[in-house]
Design a protein around this ligand. Structure first.
Ligand SMILES: Nc1ncnc2c1ncn2[C@@H]1O[C@H](COP(=O)(O)OP(=O)(O)OP(=O)(O)O)[C@@H](O)[C@H]1O
Ligand SMILES: [Mg+2]
Length: 250
């Protein structure tokens, strides 16, 4: 790991989260969390409800202020910066719960993702590549978003995030509430996006099996702390991970 595809030069550190504490009023959600992600990696964050996974993404995107610690992106501190500025630096998030604009068409939902871009030709090219990646969205391009199935809506919000042409894509539980067949499609799409577009991915999942199977490395969280981390292929066979996150069998 931490090598570029050619294996010759070390990959750049893209994101580091150093000893971060985050509170909601007086209740802590992150209690000294440190994670890192190198360019080109897919890193998974796994853990039960309330472990602090979404709080990590909110801290990265500037939606929530951290109390202490540091968040750095491509060598610069970004904690304390405004959410809109962080988006323009190349970080896009697909929030939990598939926030679609239900009364807008698929087309307009996708174009919302490009609102910070001014290069019209570039936006058209990105739209074409998103529709090629998700042919169902092409078929339903002019349909109202509320008429899509849950899995199709998830594809649409991933597509919307890609419209910003991010360097780092944050995905918050893309498999939640989706039929198993579509979970596989979404997992394959995440792998393809990372491979074809060189986008680095931070993937939050309660579906630990899926997350470990498509990520390079992973961090397991319990009540605001990282309890285990390592190569996903190793964690997949770790007895503690199996017991706590994989239903005891694999
Ligand atoms: N807006 C909020 N106000 C108060 N407490 C919050 C708020 N959002 C989250 N919390 C608390 O912070 C802790 C971490 O929440 P977070 O949403 O980061 O967990 P999560 O790992 O994403 O959980 P889930 O898998 O259920 O989405 C939880 O104890 C939660 O109750
Ligand atoms: Mg969450």
């Amino acid at each position: 790991m931490n090598q570029t595809a050619s294996g010759t030069e070390p990959a750049r550190k893209m994101l580091s989260f150093d000893n971060v504490e985050l509170y909601y009023d007086h209740v802590y959600a992150l209690k000294g969390v440190s994670i890192e992600l190198y360019e080109g990696e897919t890193v998974a964050l796994i853990g039960a409800n309330g472990a602090g996974k979404s709080s990590i993404l909110r801290a990265i995107t500037g939606l929530r202020k951290i109390k202490s610690g540091q968040v750095c992106y491509l060598g610069e501190r970004i904690d304390g910066r405004r959410a809109a500025e962080i988006v323009t630096r190349g970080i896009a998030m697909v929030p939990e719960g598939r926030r679609v604009f239900p009364l807008m068409s698929v087309k307009d939902n996708l174009l919302m993702g490009a609102f910070t871009r001014t290069d019209k030709a570039g936006v058209a090219a990105t739209l074409e590549s998103v529709l090629t990646r998700f042919p169902r969205l092409k078929e339903r391009f002019h349909q109202q978003a509320s008429t899509l199935s849950g899995g199709e809506q998830q594809m649409m919000v991933i597509g919307r995030a890609l419209m910003a042409k991010p360097k780092l894509l944050l995905l918050d539980e893309p498999s939640l509430g989706i039929a198993p067949k579509l979970v596989q499609d979404i997992a394959r799409a995440i792998v393809a996006i990372s491979r074809d577009e060189g986008v680095s991915v931070l993937l939050v999942e309660q579906n630990s099996r899926m997350a470990l199977s498509i990520s390079n490395r992973a961090y397991a969280l319990t009540t605001g702390q990282v309890v285990l981390s390592g190569a996903s292929k190793d964690l997949m066979h770790d007895e503690r991970i199996k017991a706590a996150y994989l239903g005891g069998e694999l």
